[in-house]
Design a protein around this ligand. Structure first.
Ligand code: FAD
Length: 309
């Protein structure tokens, strides 16, 4: 079995998710070859992990990389093409699959073999079920971060430099500028106490109560998606499917309805307190302690009591 790994770097180092692909190839018991584009140092670093590398010195925009990977797939004819499940890979993988009429499976978290067939496992319905997928012919898969261990250094397997001509009209979108994201560092994953606010907080001003309660409890502020979209708090605080997965000792949910996209990120909490004015709010099904009432009445009382404690 032959595997082609598409390796991404950020210009400084190889992305962790890309490194994990090397152990995904081991799970497949396949002969792996890595493709690295545009970053020679990354190519050398991957070769040091014992996997032969094809290096193409090229631009790293999505259209160019799609063309480069597409050509490499044609030449190498792999049984599986693996990409880490990054934003870039989510663009490239389906395009490669569609161009060459290949099967595509995204967000794979496990790979196994049964009766000589490869089974790709991925979560569905917000992680409530796992799907096992078989692919006829070559599969293009993206692998979720954290699904495989990162490999240890072994002997250098060598880098082969290749030139791939890209037709001018193949590149429709060019990168004009790259701005490093300025992210606030919020350690939600490690926090023991999280106070989270939802749309029910009503306004940016009221959301300050969530911050104050978190502060008096020595905790960290979390949020659902609506307060972030309304600009009450930054995206670094989002808990849930497209935010952080948290597991504190105490999680206080204020004005949060309990949508699956949110609860999937906080169900690992040890003790959940929910405050909601609607006694039928779904969040109460997950809560150890349910408080029915208005957050703007209850939070000031909690803050005052905690200050006294
Ligand atoms: P609402 O659902 O509007 O609930 C507000 C709650 O506040 C209600 O239950 C109401 O009774 C209560 N309330 C109102 N006023 C008061 C008051 N004065 N006092 C007390 N209670 C009050 N969401 C996330 O949180 N995290 C994610 O990672 C995430 N990812 C998503 C990914 C996808 C692909 C999609 C489609 C959605 C995602 N969402 C995510 C959004 C998610 O579906 C919900 O829309 C969101 O979680 C709802 O947030 P909420 O509970 O704050 O708001």
């Amino acid at each position: 079995m032959k595997a082609l790994l598409f390796i991404e770097s950020n210009g400084e180092k190889v992305l962790g998710g890309s490194l994990e692909l090397i152990n995904a190839v081991k799970a497949l018991d396949a002969d792996g070859t890595a493709l690295v584009a545009g970053d020679r140092a990354a190519a050398d670093a991957v070769a040091d992990l014992g996997i032969p590398v094809i290096f193409v010195d090229t631009a790293t925009d999505c259209d160019t990389l799609t063309a480069v990977l597409s050509e490499t797939v044609k030449e190498n004819d792999p049984d599986v093409v693996l990409l880490a499940n990054t934003a870039l890979a989510k663009d490239i993988a389906p395009r490669i699959a569609a161009r060459q009429d290949l099967g595509c499976v995204s967000d794979v978290t496990g790979i196994s073999k049964a009766d000589g067939k490869v089974i790709y496992t991925r979560p569905a319905y917000n992680g409530s079920i796992l799907e096992n997928i078989e692919v006829e012919g070559t599969a293009v898969i993206t692998v979720r971060n954290g699904s495989f261990e990162k490999p240890e250094d072994t002997s250098n397997a060598g880098v082969t430099e290749k030139k791939i001509e890209i037709a001018d009209d193949a590149v429709k979108a060019k990168i004009v500028d790259t701005v490093k994201e300025i992210t606030e560092s919020v350690n939600l994953e490690e926090a023991e106490i999280i106070v989270s606010g939802g749309r029910g907080m009503g306004s940016a001003e009221n959301f300050e109560l969530v911050k104050e309660l978190a502060s008096v409890l020595g905790g960290v502020v979390g949020a659902t998606r609506p307060p972030i979209e309304d600009g009450w708090i930054s995206r670094a605080h989002q808990v849930g499917q497209s935010g952080k997965i948290v597991a504190p000792k105490l999680y206080i949910a204020c004005g949060i309805s309990g949508a699956a996209q949110h609860t999937s990120g906080m169900m690992g909490s040890n003790y959940i307190v929910a405050i909601n004015k609607d006694e039928d709010a779904p969040i109460f099904e997950s809560a150890n302690l349910s408080i029915v009432g208005n957050v703007t009445d209850i939070l000031p009382v909690m803050i005052e009591e905690m200050k006294k404690a």
